[in-house]
Design a protein around this ligand. Structure first.
Ligand SMILES: NC(=O)c1ccc[n+]([C@@H]2O[C@H](COP(=O)([O-])OP(=O)(O)OC[C@H]3O[C@@H](n4cnc5c(N)ncnc54)[C@H](OP(=O)(O)O)[C@@H]3O)[C@@H](O)[C@H]2O)c1
Length: 371
C-alpha cells in the first residue's frame, strides 16, 4: 500500500509553494495524502490525487497523526515545538519532514539539501534517522551557489551581507508590505500625474505617511516600503542575530565540515517580495584563477548559473524579479578583490521559497516514500 503522508502548514508561503511543486511534478501519484489545519477546521482539502479525506483534519489530533507514515510540517517552529515531542512520546515511528528551524541542530536530525549532502542523507536513512529538516533559506541558497568551492575545500571564511525578501518572514508580512504599498499609493497617486507638488514634497508625503502608521500591532515592526531592516530574528549572546548565527552553524552541519568554516555577516530584510540575495566576501585557501573558480561553481549542480560580470547581464539576469518562481541560482559579480589575490567577491540570488525551503522538502519526501 502507498505510504500515507500528512501535510501541515500547506496554506502558508512555504507550504503553498511545496503543494504547487508536488502537483507540477505529479508527486501525489506516489503516495496517499491527508491535509491538516490549525485554524480552518471546517475547511476543505486541496484537490489532489490520492487524497484520503476531502475535509481538513485537526493538526493537534495526536491519535490521527500517529497513523501517518510521514508528516510534512510547514507550519512553523511553535507547532513543531508543541507536537513533535508528543508524537515521539507516543512511540510514533514515522518520518518527520519540517520547514522550521526548531529541530535543525538536533543531533538526531539531518538538514536536507541533497545536491550538497546526499551522502549524509543516505547514511542517515541507513542509520535509522527519522527527522529531516529543510535548512535556513539563505544557508541553502549560499551552498547551492558556492557548492563547487566548498566541495573542493577552497573556502577559508565568508563574510556575507544578505538582502532578504519579505516573504521570508511569512504570508502575514508579505500582506503587510502590500498594504503599505496600497496605503502610500493612495496618498501620493494624484500628485504623480499633476505638477501640483515638487518631487521633494511628494517624497515628504511618502515618508510621513509611512512614519505615521502604528507598527506595534504589526508583524513587521517598522515600515519596509522604501526602507530596509538590518535585523532578522532574535538577538544572540554575542551580538549576532539568530539568522546570522544560523549562517555558520547550519552550513557547517550540512557540509559535515571536519574543520569549522567561519561564516558571518549582516542579515537585512528588504522590500522585495520574493527571493533572497547575498553579497559574499570570500577568503580562499589559495590563489586560483577566476576562470577556474567559475568552472568549479557551474560544475557543482545544474541549477547554478554564472552571470557575466557586465552591466547588461547583471541587470537582466541578477535580480529577484527575474529569479522568482524558478529553481535557478544565478551568481555574478565574481571578481578578485583589491584586498588580495585570495579574496573573492560574488553576488547570488535564489528563490528562498524553492531551493531555500520547499524544494529540498519535496525531494526528501520523494526519497522517503520509496523506503
Ligand atoms: N517563508 C520562507 O521563505 C521560509 C523559508 C525557509 C523556512 N521557512 C520556515 O517555514 C515555516 C513556515 O513559514 P511560512 O513563511 O510558510 O509561514 P506562513 O506563511 O506564516 O504560514 C504558516 C501558517 O500560518 C497560517 N496562516 C495564517 N494566516 C495565513 C494567510 N493569510 N495565508 C496563509 N497562511 C496563513 C497557516 O496555517 P493554518 O492553515 O493552519 O491556519 C500557515 O500554514 C517557518 O518555520 C519558517 O521559518 C520559511
Amino acid at each position: 500500500m502507498k505510504k500515507l503522508v500528512g501535510f501541515i502548514g500547506w496554506r502558508g508561503m512555504v507550504g503553498s509553494v511545496l503543494l504547487d511543486r508536488l502537483q507540477k511534478k505529479n508527486d501525489f501519484f506516489n503516495f496517499r495524502s491527508v491535509f491538516f489545519t490549525t485554524s480552518q477546521f471546517n475547511g476543505k482539502s486541496p484537490k489532489v490525487l490520492n487524497c484520503v479525506s476531502s475535509n481538513l483534519e485537526d493538526a493537534y489530533n495526536i491519535d490521527y497523526l500517529v497513523t501517518l507514515d510521514i508528516i510534512v510540517s510547514c507550519q512553523g517552529e511553535k507547532y513543531t515545538r508543541y507536537i513533535y515531542s508528543k508524537l515521539k512520546n507516543f512511540g510514533w515511528k514515522g518520518y518527520w519532514i519540517d520547514a522550521s528551524s526548531f529541530l535543525r541542530m538536533n543531533k538526531k536530525s539531518i538538514i536536507v539539501l541533497d545536491p550538497v549532502n546526499f551522502s549524509s542523507i543516505q547514511s542517515g536513512i541507513n542509520k535509522g534517522i527519522k527527522t529531516f529538516v529543510g535548512g535556513n533559506c539563505t544557508v541553502s541558497l549560499m551552498l547551492m551557489a558556492l557548492g563547487g568551492l566548498f566541495s573542493h575545500n577552497l573556502i577559508d571564511w565568508i563574510s556575507v551581507a544578505t538582502y532578504q525578501s519579505v516573504s521570508g518572514s511569512g504570508s502575514k508580512s508579505m500582506l503587510e508590505l502590500l498594504e503599505q504599498i496600497g496605503f502610500v499609493y493612495k496618498n501620493i497617486s494624484s500628485y504623480l500625474v499633476s505638477s501640483k507638488k515638487s518631487i521633494l514634497e511628494i517624497e515628504k508625503i511618502f515618508t510621513c505617511s509611512l512614519n505615521r502608521i502604528n507598527f506595534s500591532e504589526k508583524k513587521i515592526k517598522s515600515p519596509l516600503l522604501g526602507n530596509l531592516i538590518p535585523w532578522i530574528d532574535k538577538l544572540m549572546d554575542n551580538g549576532q542575530t539568530k539568522e546570522e548565527w544560523k549562517g555558520s552553524v547550519e552550513a557547517n552541519k550540512i557540509l559535515d565540515s571536519k574543520k569549522n568554516i567561519p561564516i558571518d555577516g549582516v542579515c537585512v530584510r528588504v522590500p522585495s517580495l520574493r527571493c533572497h540575495s547575498q553579497a559574499f566576501t570570500i577568503k580562499l585557501n589559495c590563489d586560483i584563477s577566476i576562470k577556474e573558480i567559475k568552472s568549479l561553481i557551474i560544475s557543482h549542480n545544474k541549477w547554478v548559473k554564472v552571470i557575466k560580470n557586465d552591466f547588461d547581464s547583471t541587470i537582466n539576469q541578477l535580480n529577484p524579479l527575474k529569479v522568482s518562481s524558478t529553481l535557478d541560482i544565478p551568481i555574478g559579480r565574481i571578481k578578485k578583490m583589491n584586498i588580495g589575490k585570495k579574496y573573492l567577491s560574488a553576488f547570488s540570488i535564489g528563490d528562498q521559497l524553492l531551493w531555500g525551503a520547499a524544494e529540498p522538502l519535496r525531494r526528501i519526501l520523494n526519497i522517503l516514500i520509496n523506503i
